[in-house]
Design a protein around this ligand. Structure first.
Ligand SMILES: CC(C)(COP(=O)(O)OP(=O)(O)OC[C@H]1O[C@@H](n2cnc3c(N)ncnc32)[C@H](O)[C@@H]1OP(=O)(O)O)[C@@H](O)C(=O)NCCC(=O)NCCS
Length: 138
């Protein structure tokens, strides 16, 4: 698209951009030290840059073992750039990476906060209940 201001990158944003994307989109804030691990050690990471301002405006990643277990995390689009298809573009690429690089029959999970549920449902994700529920260490 000629007027598309967005540039898709098959890589992680910078640590500072990761921290900003999480907090500004409403996800729990994380420290630069925590961000460093996420940026360096994900199985797949992509982000979208807004070319006119050269800033990262959306991201998503996969934590995975490369064999069968893949967890989608950090789906975040800055508020001013939401509802423009960036989240869908990111999730599509992440799932394509699994389809392309992982053995057959992967187990793909995510923790679905309310803003992401319509997107996840529309791309085939279903609740794990009642067979299993997501839990975290309190
Ligand atoms: C979830 C999130 C990443 C989606 O990003 P996005 O770039 O706005 O997503 P898209 O523009 O590709 O929209 C994808 C679909 O999600 C749904 N959607 C997105 N925002 C929505 C809203 N506010 N209300 C209802 N549906 C919404 C729609 O189905 C939309 O498709 P459509 O526009 O064709 O109808 C973004 O809303 C966000 O960062 N939210 C805050 C952080 C968060 O909660 N992340 C999810 C953690 S699990």
């Amino acid at each position: 698209m000629q007027d598309d201001p967005y540039v898709f990158r098959q890589s992680a944003p910078s640590i500072a951009e990761y921290v900003r994307l999480r907090s500004t989109s409403g996800l729990s804030p994380r420290t630069p030290e925590q961000a460093a691990g996420a940026v360096a050690n994900s199985w797949a990471f992509c982000h979208v840059r807004h070319a006119p301002t050269d800033t990262a405006v959306a991201m998503g990643r996969i934590i995975g073992d490369g064999g069968w277990y893949f967890h989608i995390a950090d789906m975040a689009t800055l508020p001013d750039h939401q509802r423009r298809g960036l989240g869908r573009r990111i999730l599509t690429w992440l799932l394509d990476e699994i389809a392309t690089r992982a053995p057959a029959n992967p187990y793909v999970t995510l923790m679905a906060d309310a803003p992401g549920r319509p997107l996840y449902r529309s791309m085939g994700f279903v609740p794990t209940e009642p067979h299993s529920i997501g839990m975290r260490l309190g």
